[in-house]
Design a protein around this ligand. Structure first.
Ligand code: ZN
Ligand code: ZN
Length: 329
C-alpha cells in the first residue's frame, strides 16, 4: 500500500509498504483522511518517536476493511474514528486514572504505524463507531477535539466564566467552540495574526485583539487558555488571570521555554495554573460532540491534499499555512 514514511530525521517520503494484517483484537481501517499537527513535526525533528522509519498520522478515521479473529464489536463496513492513545494499563499512572501520563506511553502514528497511509491498524478498543451522517474524511478532527475536551475537563469551568484564549489556530478555535457551549459569559481571543482572528470572528466570539491590552479588562479573566506554546503569549496570559481564576497551558511549548510567575499573587488571589496533555477518557465524547455538530469541518479543515503530497503538506503546516491540513489517501 501507499504510505507516508518518516525515514530519518528531517526526511519524509511517500512510498510503498506492506499492507497491514490484523492481530486477534485488531482491525484494519481504510483511511478516509489523516490530519497533520505539531506532533508530526516533532517526529520529523527526531523527537517523541523512538523508532524511525515510521508511518506518521494519529488523527484519522475511515472504514473498517478487515477484523481480527476475536473482534465482535465492529464489523467490515463500519465507519470508525481511531483514538491513537496506547496506554500500558499497568503502570502507576494508568492504575490511578492518568493513562495519558503512562510511563510507557505510546500512540498510533507516534510509536507505531499511523494513518498517513491507505490502511492503518488499530486495536478494536481504540475504535469509536461513527453514525452514518458523519463524513469520515472530516472525522480526522475528532482527535484534536478530544484533546480540547480533555483541556476542558482539567479546567472544570463554571457557567458564566469570562474566557480569554491566546491563539486562533485549530486548537484555539476548538477551545473557542467548547467555551461557547460550556456557558461562558464571554470569550475573547488574542492572536498576533489578524487573518487568523477573522476565523475566530466568523465562528462567533465576544472580542478579538492583537494584544489583550486592547480588550481593556483590568480585573482579568476567570479562565485564560494558552493555545500557542509561545513564551510571550504565556507570560502575558499568566498576568491576565482574574482573582480565583485558572490558567490552562494547552499549547505545546518548546522544552527550553521559561516564563516567570508571581508566587505572592498565586497565593493572595488563589490563582490556579494547570496543564492538559493529549487525550484522557475524552475521545468518545469528542466523537459524540463532533457527530452533533460542535464544529464546522469546512471551517476547520483548510486544506485537503492527496497523500502523495505528504512532505509538502508537512512543509505547509510548518510554515503556518491555513488551519487543519489533512491528507487524503
Ligand atoms: Zn495531533
Ligand atoms: Zn501505563
Amino acid at each position: 500500500m501507499k504510505a507516508a514514511v518518516i525515514e530519518s530525521v528531517g526526511r519524509a517520503v511517500v512510498t510503498e509498504v506492506p499492507d497491514p494484517t490484523p492481530g486477534p483484537r485488531e482491525v484494519v481501517v481504510e483511511v478516509a483522511a489523516c490530519g497533520l499537527c505539531g506532533t508530526d513535526l516533532h517526529i520529523l525533528q527526531g523527537e517523541f518517536a523512538p523508532k524511525l522509519p515510521l508511518v506518521p498520522g494519529h488523527e484519522f478515521a475511515g472504514e473498517v476493511v478487515a477484523v481480527g479473529t476475536q473482534v465482535t464489536e465492529v464489523a467490515v463496513g463500519d465507519q470508525v474514528a481511531v483514538d491513537p492513545s496506547l496506554h500500558c494499563h499497568e503502570c502507576r499512572y494508568c492504575r490511578t486514572g492518568h493513562g495519558n501520563l503512562c510511563e510507557r506511553w505510546g500512540g498510533i502514528g507516534v510509536t507505531t504505524a499511523g494513518g498517513a497511509a491507505r490502511y492503518a491498524l488499530a486495536p478494536v478498543a481504540n475504535c469509536v463507531k461513527l453514525p452514518e451522517h458523519v463524513r469520515t474524511q472530516d472525522a480526522a478532527l475528532i482527535e484534536p477535539l478530544s484533546c480540547a475536551v480533555r483541556g476542558y475537563d482539567v479546567l472544570q469551568s463554571r457557567l458564566g466564566a469570562h474566557v480569554l484564549i491566546y491563539g486562533s489556530g485549530t486548537m484555539g478555535l476548538m477551545m473557542l467552540e467548547l467555551a461557547k457551549r460550556t456557558g461562558a459569559a464571554s470569550v475573547d481571543v488574542v492572536d498576533i495574526n489578524p487573518a487568523r482572528l477573522e476565523t475566530a470572528e466568523q465562528l462567533g466570539v465576544s472580542r478579538t485583539a492583537g494584544n489583550a491590552d486592547e480588550l481593556d479588562r483590568p480585573e482579568g479573566w476567570d479562565v485564560v487558555i494558552d493555545a500557542t506554546g509561545n513564551a510571550a503569549a504565556i507570560q502575558d496570559g499568566l498576568e491576565r488571570v482574574a482573582k480565583a481564576g485558572t490558567f490552562l497551558q494547552f499549547g505545546v511549548a518548546d522544552y527550553a521555554t521559561r516564563v516567570t510567575i508571581d508566587p505572592y499573587r498565586i497565593y493572595n488571589q488563589e490563582i490556579t495554573i494547570t496543564g492538559s496533555m493529549a487525550v484522557l477518557h475524552s475521545y468518545e465524547r469528542a466523537a459524540e460532540l463532533f457527530a452533533n455538530g460542535v464544529l464546522d469541518p469546512d471551517v476547520f479543515i483548510s486544506h485537503r491534499l492527496p497523500l502523495e503530497q505528504y512532505p509538502d503538506a508537512l512543509a505547509q503546516f510548518a510554515a503556518g499555512v491555513g488551519r487543519k491540513i489533512v491528507v487524503v489517501p
